[in-house]
Design a protein around this ligand. Structure first.
Ligand SMILES: *Cc1c(COP(=O)(O)O)cnc(C)c1O
Length: 376
């Protein structure tokens, strides 16, 4: 009889432990300065993130959702415009488009990577297309070159939703650095997670960076004279200070996630499940950062209950594609419109992959899946 102990999907306490003193000292420094909004910590973090992503500019904002919103605003996306994107993503991707009065035009995904199918993008373009918004899902970059090419030939900007892909690499380029703008989230469960909400936009376009900086502070360059209507999209100093410390460890955490993914491959293979009952994530691009380790399985919901009973952390990202969300019913999409996204929503399951995950925990995860399918 094997005794299985609980395995969390994510253990942020394990990450915090070794950094505790360093972070407390830094937080104390910010408290003593009593400078909380933007300020030197945010500016320093922006420089470091621009360098990390290989872009000229970075603008810290209030969340990943606001990063997408403000990037689209800066590109002039508004009522009646169309933005081409994937229906298999976190809600914010589509929500930001609709909040601006624009229309998300969904195209289906590739079944192996769950990323938007680049071959379907061009036929989705119309005269109203104002932007393309690919999402680097689970930490692996979209096949970007055909998208960048198709968009460039029509002068359509590409905005990358890189919320799950900080540090991911596609043909030598970092996630976020390939399009007109790249959007990041520092929600605590992302690979670079703050102690609250936060986000960032990177770009090589100086005009766009300036516009985003302006929109971030209600469109007022200084004082109370407002050139455009923006919002409060500011990143705060405490978040930036914490994120600056965490950024130093990001690549070692990514290496840990990648090692865990490798170990899962070995274990699922040895259990006789890989490619038979459990379809492992396909690595297409240079550097998958495994924000999530997602497998494709049959009987997903029953397996989920089985794992739940054994206290094995797991999650379904995402159980309902955007085109079937009730709040988007007005867009006129229906069941069957994007069969690959709909199949993914039925079959995907995320397993724990965080850097601090221990050997026995990985073994317990695979063992719990094995007892469900009755593998070797
Ligand atoms: C997390 C996430 C967002 C939104 O980020 P928040 O910081 O939570 O607003 C947007 N898109 C994707 C794909 C995400 O995973």
């Amino acid at each position: 009889m094997s005794v299985i102990r609980a395995v969390p999907l994510l253990d942020l306490k394990a990450q915090y432990g070794p950094m505790r003193e360093e972070i407390k000292a830094k937080v104390d420094e910010v408290l003593e300065s009593q400078r909380f909004i933007l300020g030197p910590e945010v500016e320093a973090f922006e420089k470091e993130m621009a360098a990390y992503c290989g872009t000229q500019h970075a603008v810290g904002v209030s969340s990943g959702s606001d990063a997408i919103l403000v990037a689209l605003m800066a590109l002039g996306v508004g009522p009646g415009d169309e933005v081409v994107t994937t229906p298999f993503t976190f809600f914010a991707t589509g929500g930001c488009i609709v909040r601006l009065g624009a229309v998300p035009v969904f195209v289906d995904i590739e079944p192996e990577t769950w990323n938007i199918d680049p071959g379907l993008i061009e036929q989705a373009f119309t005269k109203k297309t104002k932007a393309v918004l690919p999402v680097h899902l689970y930490g692996q970059c979209v096949e970007m070159d055909p998208i960048l090419e198709a968009a460039a030939s029509r002068g359509i900007p590409v905005v990358e939703d890189a919320a799950q892909a900080v540090g991911a690499v596609y043909r030598g380029r970092r996630a976020g650095s390939m399009g007109s703008a790249g959007c990041f989230s520092f929600f605590p469960s992302k690979n670079l997670g703050g102690f609250g909400d936060g986000g960032l936009v990177v770009t090589n376009d100086s005009d766009l960076a300036e516009k985003i900086s302006l929109l971030r502070v209600h469109g007022a360059p200084s004082g109370y004279l407002h050139n455009v209507v923006g919002g409060n999209f500011r990143l705060d100093s405490l978040q930036a200070a914490v994120l600056r410390i965490k950024l130093k460890y990001l690549d070692s955490w990514t290496d840990g996630r990648r090692r865990n993914a490798e170990d899962y491959r070995k274990r699922f293979d040895e259990a006789g499940l890989a490619g038979r009952k459990v379809f492992l994530p396909v690595e297409r691009q240079e550097r998958h950062i495994y924000n999530q380790f997602v497998v494709r399985v049959r009987d997903r919901d029953r397996l989920s209950r089985h794992l739940h009973e054994r206290s094995i952390g797991h999650a379904v990202y995402y159980p309902l594609p955007l085109h079937l969300q009730s709040c988007f019913a007005g867009l006129g999409y229906g069941e069957g419109d994007f069969p690959k996204s709909e199949a993914a929503a039925r079959e995907v399951l995320a397993l724990p992959v965080f850097a601090e995950l221990e050997r026995e925990q990985r073994a317990a995860v695979v063992d719990a899946v094995r007892t469900f399918y009755g593998g070797v």
